[in-house]
Design a protein around this ligand. Sequence first.
Ligand code: SF4
Length: 316
Amino acid sequence: MQRGEIKLIPNSLYTILTEHQHQTYSEIQEVYDYDETLDEYFEFLVENELGFWTDTPEFFPPLDMTWQTYSSINNAIIDIDAASTHDFKAIFAQLEELGCDHIQLRYYTDVSKDTLEHHLESTKRSRFKSIELVVKYGNLLDIPAAEALVVSNARIHKLVLHGAPESDIRPVMKPGTDFSLGQMILLTYEITSADHCGVIDPFYFSIDTKTMTESHQFNTCLNKKIGIDAQGEIKNCPSLTESFGNIAQVSLHQAMLQKDFKKLWEINKNQVEICKDCEFRHICTDCRAFIQNPENVYSKPSKCNYDPYTASWSNP
Ligand code: SF4
């Protein structure tokens, strides 16, 4: 978790680490009739620093699996197209009141650096921890202008430039230093609506303790999320269809109080069909907007090409 890496292990090693977790190595060897594969398993754990030998296992209690947050809303997505009339200052003030840490702004049509600076103006004195921008490459915003935006806004930790002339992932450095201020992702394809969301791919896996512990109880995409679509409709996520009012008439807090606003928050991967058998379920993001069977809210994300029963990606 601390290194953000995954290592695949055989099911038999998983059994040893769980069913025999309180036994000594000699006791386990006895159970498996001194099979030399056991030595290979434990060498693998030590070599990869996933374990070490100790005579005092009581000093190492199990990982605390509690997941907690102080905020009513942890992250927000705001979609913007050419017809959007969002009052960004008012929206950001409401998000701050809800304790929101992370915001993502997704622009589907051309936007200039000056307009982006204007939209982000009120975040400069906010308590948001991070801002992610998804913006369109074009005449109004080229790569140097996008980089300058990251340099002048300390809260931007990631900027995705879609419709760019090349594909790349690169750090944005503080001028004259080797200090990275954020990440720029260049995509050659265009993102034109919320329908582009929901892709499941190892690139999006979140290998960290926070996601892993949250995934045991909650949905790793929709829990504590709020979305405002390009028309101002307040939703759990802009890609979902159910609206809880328009931001022009209803506050985010009022929308959240409605009965069904949180109904998807507790659908976790242990309940989702097929995902519940997948080895990636506690680092994978989820999506309830695009699912294989729209009549079954527990069906697998439709934009996942992984088959956990054959351990293969059909279209990597
Ligand atoms: S099967 Fe489910 S848990 Fe596994 S990678 Fe696909 S969406 Fe994620």
